[in-house]
Every structure is written in C-alpha cells, then in structure tokens.
Design a protein. Sequence first.
Length: 214
Amino acid sequence: MNLPENLILDQFLLGPWGNYMYFIGDAQSREVAIVDPAWDAEAISERAQKNGYKIVSVLLTHGHVDHVNALMPFLDNLNIPAYISEKEHPDYMPEHKNLIKVAPDSMISIGQISIQCLHTPGHSPGSQCFSYENVLLTGDTVFINGCGRCDLTGGDPEAMYHTLNDVIKKLPPSTFIFTGHQYGPKPYDTLAGQMKTNPYLQCETKEEFLQNRM
Ligand SMILES: [Fe+2]
C-alpha cells in the first residue's frame, strides 16, 4: 500500500461493534485528528501517547452513537475542535461549544495537510467521507463489500445510490478505502478492488440498488 509520505494514517479497532477508529495527520509535526472517537477514550489517548501524536482535532464521519460516544472527554480535556457535517440530523448532533458544523467540501487543516470533507448522505443526512490524496475514510458510507444501512432515522437509500455513483465511484480507482467498521474480509481495499467485489457498487440501476439495500 502506497500512502502519502507526509501522512499519518493509523487504523485501529475498538469496542463491541467492530468500529474502526483512525488517527490521521501530519507525519512531520505528528499533529493528528481522531476520526470517530468511541467506546474507550483512555485507550485512544494511550495509543496517541505511545505513538507520539499530538491530538489537535476530531473529525466525525457522522453522529451515530458508536462513532461519537468517546467524543466529549477529548473536547473537555484538550479543548480541541470537532468537525461534523452541518447536514447531520438533529437527533445525531452532539452538543458542545467546540463543535464546528462544516459545509460540504470544507477543507480541514491538520499541521501541513489539508483534508477535504465529501458530503455523502444516505446512511445519515450528514454522513461525510474524509479525503486526502489517495486516501478516503468512509465512515458508514462504504464498507468492504458493503454499504451503510439506510433504514435508520434520516437514512435515505436514494441518497445513498447517488452518493455511491456520483461521489464514490468518481474517485480515482487507486483510492484506498478505509471504512468505519470491520465488516468485510479485509481492513481496507482500493476502489478498483471494491468495484469488483462490492455488490452495492455494481448495481446498474437505482431500482436494483434500492431493492438490494432495503
Ligand atoms: Fe452509523
């Protein structure tokens, strides 16, 4: 796997639901953001300390409980910002003075690197993927050989169809897909690989997708 040399990308599993968490950041300054802190703030902090990371922010792919339930200790103790899509459903919107609601395509700086927020509704109205060069963090939008469920409050299978076809599939095939849960047979894949094995990326019509997803 060829990741950008200036990038820290550290994937790890936490909690009972197979959530992947990530540190993403600047290899030179070792400044990182935590993506979707959940389940065990202490374990996350210890890992950061062990690896010499300086946590400067939190990126949220969406507001579901299993992606945010360890958010508050970081905001309270480190007084850092957390970025969530402005489009997220009110039911899933954490409340904290450090929460920053971002518009689609916003750029977030971590040290010298700049990460783009791609708005990818479907699993929730404010789901977003984080993009940096050939890396895409997909949250619960894309899984290895799967995609996020669309039947929860604010879920929208038609929006998911458009997200997959108009956002995800438009990315370069060499893009590495890093997901929000360990649901598939491997921890990550390229988009090209997923085009071959992910049934939700292979649907030829919206009707076919809706039938499969729901
Ligand atoms: Fe979710």
